[in-house]
Write a protein that binds this ligand. Structure first.
Ligand SMILES: Nc1ncnc2c1ncn2[C@@H]1O[C@H](COP(=O)(O)OP(=O)(O)O)[C@@H](O)[C@H]1O
Ligand SMILES: [Mg+2]
Length: 543
């Protein structure tokens, strides 16, 4: 702003303020308030002087929300002050997310949350799961069916959801797929043969790879899953499917498939013909919490299988009035090609996904999946993003690009022999430069997480925090046989004694440890003696 301009603004401010005060004083005088009139004249004069002087000496303000890294980092740290999210939860106002940059609570209408897939990004320990706890407990309290897939079992989240469940009256069912936990559900319950086939293909990663050599064998393996599904009784659980497979040489000859399917059979949580009814769970408010593993490959396979079963049930459900929220934590251990396709279609089924992962690199690192397809489905399909600290520069740059630009007044000073000249201009700058994402504070004890929320209006800061946790609930182990719900009349009956007998033997089997090693170029065991382990003998035993 040049000097003449400043004089003009100063004069304008002075005249407007003093003029208004003078007129008010005259009116007061007419009505006989002489003292008030004098006070108004003096007050108006002082105010006019102040605003006139302010305009004359105005030097411009650098408005960029992000002056530089040092000031930004210091300001962001101020947003980390702890608070109790429970205090703000009020379903009448919407779904509480956290506090904004002015420490005001942020509520989103439930339909906004439901109509978007949500992506939560940030390195480990920054607040992804704590935000999920705040969101999911409110969604369940608001009547949604919530399914959580947690492959890196979180210490707090099940307890948070359970405590909030007690408060808001929704049930929480915990499925623990890790070794040492008894029978809990049969994901094949109620499956048509084509669905059983699909579940096996997803669990065993039998999708096409684009590599002709690999795909040749996978094609054969896929065909074998259809033989198993056709030959099995409806509702057969994993042990019975293995038993069916063991009786067909065309299947046991496919060494890789046969070994992988037996490994899946080692997940004891699936050793029941009934257990938790997923179809029923999707028709009521509440949480199904599936706890898995990132290292036990058979557990990773079971996680994918259950996710696929939930997607099948959503596809088939006649009454779609109840929203279903699915949280996929540590995304890369859960995704399958079928789950990716579902991300594009599932919103039509009144279901929405919440993904958590660490950086875009994770999306390129999903075994067996095309990185571009994963990016398209997750990054491109999530209308709302919550971003916490990350040191991944490539992701930070992409976030900068999607948060857009803001106008900022920038001044520059030029010194010469004639003196100093200051020029100011308005420039477009990144609204959230990449350094913001790399310098968001990481929460220390008692502190809130500070993140950026993107997708509804201009991106803004958001502080979020853990809800208080209660005790972690026990897994839904199927009760003693007598108390188990009557099995499907068509399905072979499996007793719990059988289950325990198998699991005990399997735990004692030293081959199990080897079988749990990550799949790699390990030589396939021979299809004869070595391959026909104790497990096979037990499973193929006539019942
Ligand atoms: N009950 C709790 N109360 C407060 N802070 C907690 C609690 N439990 C964990 N934290 C801290 O909250 C932060 C965020 O944790 P979390 O949401 O699990 O991160 P992420 O899921 O991104 O790995 C961590 O620094 C963790 O130490
Ligand atoms: Mg987490």
């Amino acid at each position: 702003m040049n000097f003449l301009n400043r004089i003009f603004r100063a004069a304008r401010n002075f005249l407007l303020i003093f003029g208004s005060a003078y007129l008010t004083a005259k009116l007061l005088e007419i009505f006989g308030h002489a003292t008030a009139s004098s006070l108004t004249t003096i007050g108006g004069f002082l105010l006019a002087l102040y605003f006139g002087w302010d305009a004359l000496t105005y030097k411009g303000v650098i408005k960029s929300s992000v002056a530089d890294v040092k000031t930004d980092a210091a300001n962001l740290k101020k947003l980390a002050r702890g608070f109790d999210p429970e205090h703000y939860i009020n379903l009448k106002k919407g779904i509480f997310l956290g506090l904004d940059g002015n420490r005001k609570p942020v509520y989103y209408p439930q339909h906004v949350i439901d109509k978007n897939h949500i992506e939560i990004l940030g390195e480990s320990g920054v607040g992804k799961s704590s935000l999920a706890g705040v969101l999911l407990s409110q969604l369940a309290a608001a009547g949604e069916a919530v399914v959580v897939f947690d492959p890196k079992p979180d210490r707090q989240l099940p307890g948070v959801l359970a405590r909030m469940g007690e408060k808001y009256g929704y049930p929480v069912a915990l499925i623990d797929l890790r070794p040492g936990n008894g029978p809990q559900l049969n994901p094949f319950h109620g499956c048509r043969p084509d669905q059983t086939e699909e579940l096996l293909q997803v669990a065993l990663d039998l999708g096409k790879t684009g590599d002709a050599g690999v795909d040749f064998y996978r094609g054969g393996d896929r065909e074998a899953t259809s033989w198993i599904a056709q030959a099995a009784e409806p509702g057969a659980d994993i042990r019975e499917l293995i038993s069916v497979a063991s009786q067909d040489e065309r299947i046991t000859e496919k060494e890789n498939l046969w070994r992988e399917i037996r490994q899946l059979g080692r997940v004891q949580a699936l050793h029941t013909s009934h257990g938790l009814d997923l179809a029923d769970a999707l028709t009521r408010p509440g949480v199904v919490y599936v706890m898995g593993s990132t290292t036990r490959l058979e557990v990773v396979a079971a996680q994918k299988l259950i996710l696929q079963r939930v997607l099948q049930l959503l596809e088939d459900r006649a009454d779609q009035s109840r929203p279903v929220a699915m949280f996929l934590d540590e995304l890369k251990y859960i995704l399958s090609p079928a789950a990716l396709r579902a991300a594009g279609t599932i919103r039509d089924r009144n279901a929405h996904l919440i993904f958590a992962h660490q950086s875009l690199g994770d999306l390129d690192d999903c075994p067996g999946l095309n990185p571009r397809a994963v990016r398209g489905a997750i990054w491109g399909n999530s209308g709302l993003k919550f971003v916490y600290k990350m040191l991944d520069a490539a992701t930070a740059r992409e976030l900068e690009a999607i948060t857009g630009q803001a106008s900022a007044e920038v001044s520059s000073v030029t010194r010469s022999s004639q003196g100093e000249s200051v020029s100011r201009r308005v420039e477009k700058q990144a609204h959230m430069p990449s350094h913001v994402f790399t310098h968001l504070p990481k929460p220390e004890s008692g502190e809130a997480s500070v993140g950026v929320i993107i997708g509804r209006g201009p991106a803004g800061f958001l502080s979020t925090r853990w809800l208080r946790s209660g005790p972690t609930p026990e897994p839904v182990i199927v009760p003693a046989p007598g108390a188990e719900p009557p099995p499907n009349a068509d399905a072979p009956v499996t007793t719990l004694e059988d289950d325990q007998e198998h699991s005990d033997e399997r735990q004692a089997d030293p081959e199990d440890a080897d079988a749990a090693q990550p799949a790699g170029p390990t030589p396939a065991p021979s299809a004869t003696a070595a391959d026909l382990s104790d497990l096979l003998r037990d499973l193929s035993r006539p019942r």
